[in-house]
Design a protein around this ligand. Structure first.
Ligand code: UDP
Length: 496
């Protein structure tokens, strides 16, 4: 078995560190954790990835990839007690919840994995070297402490947004703010940051999960450190400040999506694509470099039918080629009717509509893509950064508004579409927040030859290069992965 020495070179003196990864069952959290598993294994660690049967079937592409590469990754399936918690049988992922009111049931069902997981870890010989779990699985802290295994948390976000949320929680900044529009100042943040309450991380909470959320925040503070899907060069200032503030190591080991190096691997990431990847590539090949705008709002954000129609009209008016992802959960009869009633025909030469799951990474990496309209989920954001494409930011909820600030104000690789309010996940709102004219103007500005757009494009490309360098031999994230494996391997050997 190999470990790593101080310089990151292999040695034969230590047992391979064994990482147990426990992702949250939501695609925005689980996908980067499968990437993490792959990266750790590529650097010599042994990895067990804990999941549930339905989620395991969604990981078929990931499993095939690690098997083909001969990587020491094992999938550990624990039965998910959906029915016991009032969920339909087989409802094992947040994107399968019929209503946000079931979120509490879902989180409680996750909590019921505690004993089966603990029993398994108690039996493990030699003991696992490190547990990395999603912060949502707050109950894992107890298991790690009982067994004396180092425990790192992962929250799927960047350091900028994690630090912003920490400041809100530590100072209870939202407690006495009754007006959703009142501006909250993030004092203690390294650079000026202000947001209306509703757009703050934690500004709105899904009813029924308030207490669980408290536990999640509390336990995250007790973990031995945090794993971040980011890289030092992207947010160095915030990483340094945050580490100093919490007195714990922030392991930036991203951009994790870069563990996929060819378009087949990229296409196999996440769910099975709802269209023919080869056709999509063919379509992209037929377009000029940098000419296509890609529009996708991640795996959870619910965009209202009215807003979808308005967005479509804006795309049409912009006259630019586009790929527009309308996710399965957004299948509204009125939108389908509208698409069929002339829209698809009118844009057929320059517009591709994907209904369901898109091979996002494969698309973003294609040279024809010149811009990305994103909801600013962190995975999409960092994928856009790695692909070197400028963005139009269209946040919906949670820390997406903070990510927008990072992209627009600090990295300067995107422009706001100008979302006024929050569209909470699973909400039934009807209003149109962004009009077709605004969409048209934003797309035209981002995709044109003007100076501002050119500069944004250059900066985006530059961050893309830096992101790739971070994971190359000797890069910041590469070194962090080696150090992490070494540190955890040494602890394990001391224990054995
Ligand atoms: N994704 C994808 N195809 C889709 C929708 C989403 O590949 O049709 C992937 C996307 O590349 C990203 C993840 O799913 O890796 C979504 O995570 P993100 O943090 O962007 O948003 P969330 O879904 O958590 O809001």
């Amino acid at each position: 078995a190999t470990g790593g020495d101080q310089q990151g070179g292999p040695t034969t003196t230590t047992a391979a560190a064994h990482f147990v990864l426990v992702p949250m069952m939501a695609q925005g959290h689980a996908i980067p954790m499968t990437d993490m598993a792959r990266l750790l294994a590529e650097h010599g660690a042994q990895v067990s990835l804990v999941t549930t049967p339905v989620n395991a079937t969604r990981m078929a592409g990931f499993v095939a990839g690690v098997e083909e590469a001969g990587l020491p990754v094992q999938l550990v399936e624990l039965p998910f007690p959906a029915a016991e918690f009032g969920l339909p049988d087989g409802c094992e992922n947040v994107d399968m919840l019929q209503s946000k009111d079931l979120m509490r049931n879902f989180l409680e069902a996750c909590g019921a994995l505690r004993e089966p997981l603990a029993a398994r870890l108690r039996r493990q010989r030699p003991p696992a070297s490190c547990i990395i779990s999603d912060m949502m699985h707050w109950w894992i802290g107890d298991i790690a402490r009982e067994l004396g295994i180092p425990w790192l948390t992962f929250n799927g976000s960047c350091t900028f947004a994690s630090f912003a949320r920490y400041i809100i929680c530590r100072g209870n900044l939202l407690d006495n703010v009754t007006d959703e529009e009142e501006i909250v100042t993030f004092s203690g943040f390294p650079t000026p940051l202000e947001l209306p309450k509703a757009k703050c991380p934690g500004g709105t909470c899904i009813p029924g999960v308030e207490q669980i959320r408290e536990k999640i925040y509390e336990e995250e503070m007790r973990s031995d450190g945090r794993i971040m899907n980011s890289f030092h060069e992207l947010e160095a200032l915030y990483i340094e400040f945050f580490e100093r503030t919490i007195g714990k190591k922030i392991w930036t080991i991203g951009p994790m999506c870069l563990c996929h190096r060819d378009s087949n691997a990229m296409a196999a990431r996440g769910n099975k694509a709802s269209m023919d990847e080869a056709k999509c590539l063919q379509w992209l090949d037929s377009k000029k470099p940098g000419s296509v705008i890609f529009v996708s709002f991640g795996s959870l954000a619910s965009t209202t039918p009215e807003q979808l129609v308005e967005l479509g009209m804006g795309l049409e008016a912009s006259m630019k080629p586009f790929i527009w992802v309308i996710k399965a959960g957004n299948k509204f009869p009125e939108v389908e009717e509208w698409l069929a009633d002339g829209f698809e025909e009118r844009v057929k030469d320059r517009g591709m509509i994907i209904r369901g799951w898109a091979p996002q990474m494969m698309i973003l990496w294609h040279q024809a893509i010149g811009g990305f309209v994103t909801h600013c989920g962190w995975n999409s954001t960092i994928e856009g950064i790695c692909a070197g494409v400028p963005m139009i930011t269209w946040p919906h909820f949670a820390e997406q508004f903070v990510n927008e600030k990072l992209v627009v104000d600090h990295l300067k690789i995107g422009m706001e579409v100008g979302v006024k309010g929050v569209t909470q996940w699973g909400s039934e709102q009807k209003e149109v927040k962004v009009t077709r004219n605004v969409v048209e103007t934003a797309v035209s500005m981002l995709m044109n030859e003007g100076e501002a757009a050119q500069e944004m494009r250059m900066r985006a490309k530059d961050f893309g290069v830096k992101g790739r360098r971070a994971l190359e031999e000797g890069g910041s994230s590469y070194n962090n992965i080696r150090l992490l494996i070494q540190e955890m391997g040494n602890k394990q050997n001391a224990y054995v």
